[in-house]
Design a protein around this ligand. Structure first.
Ligand code: AMP
Ligand code: ZN
Length: 110
């Protein structure tokens, strides 16, 4: 699979994993837009939210818990979550991920 996130998950591209469980990893974005810019990446290659099936959905309940825990661990409690869902929404890598952005005052989304 020619997908950069699958390669990171499979350790074909080295990365510093700040968190890992059976379903998700967290890494630092290679091109950060703020002092804190993490990516919470689903381990299974699902391109967009629109492609999730029942089995995937039941794994997503813990996403906010994971995000809350990493924010407490790294010491930031205010942050923006972004999911670019589809190319026209700015999604460059078609493999579901959440951007976690913090560390500076953020402007309006648009
Ligand atoms: P998106 O445009 O929502 O698909 O976001 C993809 C993000 O992945 C961008 O913010 C990129 O900077 C980031 N990215 C691309 N390649 C890597 C990589 N090898 N390691 C970490 N982040 C990456
Ligand atoms: Zn993938």
């Amino acid at each position: 699979m020619d997908c950069v996130f699958c390669k990171i998950i499979n350790n074909e591209i080295p990365s510093e994993k700040l968190y890992e469980d059976e379903d998700f990893i967290i890494i630092k974005d290679i091109n950060p837009v703020a002092p804190v810019h993490l990516l919470l990446i689903y381990k299974k290659h699902v391109p967009t939210i629109n492609d999730l099936c029942e089995d995937d959905r039941r794994r997503f309940w813990k996403v906010f818990e994971i995000i809350k825990n990493i924010s407490q661990k790294l010491g930031f409690d205010e942050y923006r979550l972004v999911v670019n869902n589809g190319a026209s929404a700015g999604q460059e890598i078609p493999h579901i991920h959440f951007h976690i952005i913090s560390g500076r005052k953020l402007g309006k989304i648009g």
